[in-house]
Ligand binder design. Structure first.
Ligand code: HEM
Length: 448
C-alpha cells in the first residue's frame, strides 16, 4: 500500500495556499490551546501517562477539541488560524489542502524538526532524521529507507520478522487461554519481545534493559525543555544499540541498517524505531477491541489469516483505521525555515504549524466514513488520496517505517483475532459513531 500522494495539491505559484491565516488574539489563542492542545500535552506526546489517558477517555477530550476546531473553520471559511502563545506563534491549518501543502512542502520550507520536537526527542535520539536540519537529513533518510524497505509492501526479511511475531503470538495465546484475560499488562510484555526481536534480533528478545532505558528517557522527553538531559542513560542506550549494530543479527532491522550504503551511524536512527513501535502496540490492541465487538471485522481478519500470506491487506487496513480513528501522533508539527505566503499574507520564518490529527482524520465533510471503521478505504485508494489522512504523515517526510510496521502489526492483529475474545464494553465499539477518545491502556478483553 504505497502512499499515493506524490505531488502537492495545486496552488498559485509562489503561494502555499489561497487561504489567508486569521489571528485569534491572545485571549482566544490561550482558550483554544487549552481545549485543543492542552489535553494532548497532558496525556504525554512521547509516552502516554495512563492516568491522564483514562481521564481523556472519560471526558472524550478529542470530541471537544474537534468541536472547537470545527467551529473555527466554520467561522473563518476554512482559513488557517494563528494562535498567539507568547513567544510562539502557532498556525493550525483547518483545510485538508493546507495540510497537504504543508506536508508536500516538507522538509523545505516546512521542517519537521520543530522547536518542540527537537526539545523532546533530543532526550533519547539526538541523531534521529526527524529532528535534523535539512542538510543533515538526506543521508539519514536514506539509511532509514534502505533498512526499512520503505517502498516495499513486504520487507525482504519478512520471513524472519513474521516468524518472531508468530512465535510470540502463540505464546501469548497460550497464556490468555489459561488466564482468560488479554489487557495491556498482558499484551505489552509480549509485544516488546516482538519489537526487540524484529528491530535488534532474536538475541535481544529478553533484553528488557534496552527498552526500559528508552522508556525512562521518553518519560523525560514528555517534559521537553523542562527536564535536563540524562547523558549517562543516553550513553548507555547508544552503547547497547551500537553493540547490536555490530552483531547485525540476520533477519533484524538493525542488521539492514548496518549494511546500508549511507554514512551515518546506523545505531543513531534506532531509538526512533523502538519508540515508534509503541504506537503499533496501541493500534493493534484498539483494533482487536473493535474486532471483538464486530463479528464481521473479526471474521474477515480470521479468514485472511488462514491464507498465511505475508500480505494481509484487510489486517493492514484495520491497523490503519485504528491509527486514523485514534491517532498515535496527536499533532504533526512543522517549523517554517523561510517566509511563506498564505493567501494575502506572509508568515515569517520560524512560524510553527500544528496539524491536529484527530480533527482532520474524522472530518464528516470530507469523509463518509469519518466515525466508522472502514479498512476498505485503505485498500481502494480513497484514504491514501486524501491529504487530511496522515496517520503515517505524508509527502517526503512521511513515515519510512509504514510498510514494515503494517506487516508486523497486521500479522499480530490477525493472529490475535483467532482468539475467541469478548470486549465487555462491546456496545461502545459495535456501532458508529466510534468514541472520539479511546484509551488503549484501559482495553480489557476476556475469553468467552
Ligand atoms: C503505528 C506505528 C507508527 C506510526 C503511526 C508512525 C507515524 C509516523 C509519523 C506520523 C511520522 C511523521 C512525523 C512528522 O511528520 O513529524 C513518522 C516519522 C517517522 N517514522 Fe513512523 N510511525 C510508526 C512506526 C514506525 C516504525 C516502527 C518505524 C521504524 C521501524 C518508524 C520510523 C519513522 C522514522 C524514521 C520517521 C522520521 C521520518 C523523517 O523524518 O523523514 N515509524 N512516523
Amino acid at each position: 500500500m504505497p502512499d499515493a500522494r506524490a505531488t502537492a495539491p495545486p496552488t498559485a505559484p509562489g503561494t502555499v495556499s489561497p487561504r489567508t491565516p486569521v489571528d485569534l488574539g491572545v485571549a482566544r489563542s490561550i482558550a483554544v490551546a487549552g481545549r485543543v492542545l492542552g489535553p494532548l500535552v497532558a496525556q504525554g506526546a512521547i509516552v502516554r501517562r495512563p492516568r491522564v489517558t483514562a481521564w481523556a477517555e472519560r471526558r472524550q477530550t478529542d470530541r471537544t477539541a474537534t468541536a472547537v476546531l470545527r467551529g473555527l473553520r466554520d467561522e473563518h471559511g476554512g482559513a488557517p488560524v494563528v494562535l498567539d502563545l507568547g513567544p510562539r506563534r502557532m498556525v493550525l491549518p483547518l483545510h485538508a489542502d493546507d495540510v497537504g501543502a504543508l506536508l508536500a512542502g516538507s522538509p523545505e520550507p516546512f521542517s519537521p524538526a520543530s522547536r518542540e520536537k527537537r526539545a523532546a526527542l533530543r532526550h533519547f535520539e539526538p541523531d534521529a532524521v526527524l529532528i535534523q536540519p535539512s542538510d543533515r537529513r538526506p543521508e539519514r533518510r536514506l539509511l532509514n529507507e534502505q533498512a526499512l524497505d520503505t517502498s516495499e509492501p513486504v520487507h525482504r526479511d519478512a520471513e524472519a520478522l513474521l516468524a518472531a511475531v508468530d512465535r510470540e503470538t502463540q505464546a501469548l495465546t497460550a497464556r490468555v487461554g489459561t488466564t482468560g484475560v488479554l489487557d495491556w499488562p498482558a499484551f505489552a510484555p509480549a509485544f516488546w519481545l516482538i519489537v526487540r526481536s524484529v528491530v535488534l534480533g532474536a538475541g535481544a528478545r529478553d533484553d528488557e534493559r534496552v527498552t526500559d532505558v528508552i522508556w525512562a528517557l521518553r518519560q523525560d522527553a514528555n517534559w521537553a525543555f523542562l527536564k535536563p538531559r540524562r547523558s549517562r542513560l543516553r550513553h548507555e542506550l547508544a552503547e547497547r544499540l551500537r553493540a547490536y549494530a555490530d552483531r547485525a543479527e540476520p533477519g533484524s532491522l538493525i542488521a539492514r541498517a548496518a549494511q546500508s550504503s549511507a554514512a551515518p551511524d546506523p545505531a543513531g536512527q534506532v531509538p526512533q524505531w523502538l519508540f515508534a513501535f509503541d504506537a503499533a502496540g496501541a493500534a493493534v490492541l484498539r483494533a482487536l477491541a473493535v474486532a471483538a465487538s464486530r463479528p464481521v471485522v473479526r471474521e474477515r481478519l480470521r479468514s485472511e489469516a488462514a491464507s498465511g500470506a505475508a500480505m494481509q491487506p484487510y489486517a493492514r487496513g484495520s491497523v490503519l483505521e485504528s491509527v486514523r480513528l485514534w491517532p498515535t501522533t496527536f499533532v504533526v508539527l512543522r517549523d517554517a525555515t523561510a517566509p511563506t505566503v498564505w493567501g494575502s499574507r506572509e508568515l515569517s520564518a520560524g512560524t510553527g504549524f500544528a496539524v491536529v490529527s484527530a480533527f482532520v482524520h474524522r472530518d464528516p465533510e470530507r469523509l463518509g466514513f469519518a466515525h466508522g471503521f472502514e479498512p476498505e478505504a485503505w485498500l481502494d485508494g480513497r484514504a491514501d488520496a486524501d491529504w487530511g489522512l496522515l496517520p503515517f504523515s505524508g509527502g517526503p517526510v512521511s513515515c519510512p517505517g509504514r510498510n514494515v510496521v503494517l506487516l508486523v502489526a497486521g500479522r499480530l492483529l490477525a493472529g490475535l483475532a483467532e482468539l475467541d475474545l469478548a470486549f465487555p464494553r462491546a456496545r461502545y465499539l459495535a456501532h458508529d459513531p466510534l468514541p472520539a477518545t479511546f484509551d488503549h491502556y484501559g482495553v480489557r478483553l476476556l475469553g468467552r
